[in-house]
Design a protein around this ligand. Sequence first.
Ligand code: UD1
Length: 434
Amino acid sequence: MVSRARGPERFRVVGGARLAGEVRVTGAKNSVLKTMAAALLAQGRTTLTGVPRIYDTEVMSELLRRLGCDVTYDQQAATVVVDVPEVLGHKADYDLVRRIRASICVLGPLIARCGQAEVAMPGGDQIGSRPLDFHIAGLSKLGASLDSEHGFIVASAPDGLTGATVWLDFPSVGATENVLMSAVLARGTTVIDNAAREPEIVDLVQMLQQMGAKIDGGGTSTLTIEGVDRLSPTTHAIVPDRIVAGTWAFAAAMTRGDVTVHNARPEHLEIALDKLANAGAEVHGVEDGFRVVMDRRPSAVDAVTLPYPGLATDLQPLVMALNAVADGAAMITENIFEGRFVFANELVRLGAHVRTDGHHAVVRGLPRLSGAPVRASDIRAGAALTLAGLVAEGVTYVSDIYHVDRGYPGFDEQLRELGADVSREPDPDAAFEG
Ligand code: UD1
């Protein structure tokens, strides 16, 4: 089981590590939940492989079970089998949806399959305002009527959905996914303009195509979808997690280490790896991934987060942590989630010189940070603080690591395998009762 079952825990991180060795990345968290939701679109058994052993997968499994699916999640084999009945339930309850924001992605498939859906408003990371207006506008364009009632989004399309042109104001990943998953079973043609181009969208498009959907333009800003009457179940291997792979790349550079990352796609991390090269790291391709070697203090690197193929917002805390120990000063601009800078306050507790102003942060690097108790505010902040602890003098305690467990299966085990002194222990000061 994942950590919530064990009660509040923290990481004890001893500073002064140089990470060296090999790690293997699993399928992407940001893909598995969407592809599990996509399984709802076809009656029968859909199999997903490369599934990460994380809390979110368990919550999504439970959510699909409550909709009437038979879900077998084999953590050892990294496989999920979703057996979807002909007649599905259409209500996704708050007690599950609030735990993972990505569960909002059942909205599109449920409207498409059932002609109705009631999905609780989601929770998820504390990283700023995360509205759903693009999802609602897009699904309305396809003919669904949507309302919010008692904390639920209540949607109906009793006569089915009809293809339309949907312009997204911003290339939102979640909105692109929801509109895409409803359009595949709509009557006629849907065009999604200004669509998100993330590799996880391409992964979803490929899975839907295997199920029989007619989609053109995956990985571009214009998706064209020709609706079909029904889809068939499939077997699909989840795309490797580029954010986890990127985290290991930054970990190697920050600790002046040498880490080979297997099952990773460097082409999904071009800007991030280029930043590391500018910081002074050597980045080499290997057969199924890449290797990052750093033999000196990193140089400061400016960074701007943008929709893919720009630098991922999920890697921004890692860039900030790297700059905290770099030679020089850097400007970081966060364009996706302003709340992500909450993390900067925790980094400052480790002695980092960071000043934020709106979307911008200026980081002046120090040779070493100074160990202290800190709190993870979201998944990536938790990973970045743990790595910052490795380049701090003394001991750092990272609380609220249930966030880290949501994105990084066995993070502490992998760090130990790379030579770090990181242990997991009960958190005596825990505010979270999980
Ligand atoms: C975002 C990231 C994605 C990452 C995921 C998990 C981007 C573009 N998306 O996806 O790469 O994997 O978090 O951390 O980097 N927005 C609205 N209205 C909406 C939907 C979104 O205003 O209806 C805004 C959001 O507030 C945000 C931006 O659009 O500023 C991008 O949101 P979106 O891509 O939908 O977020 P996620 O799907 O969570």
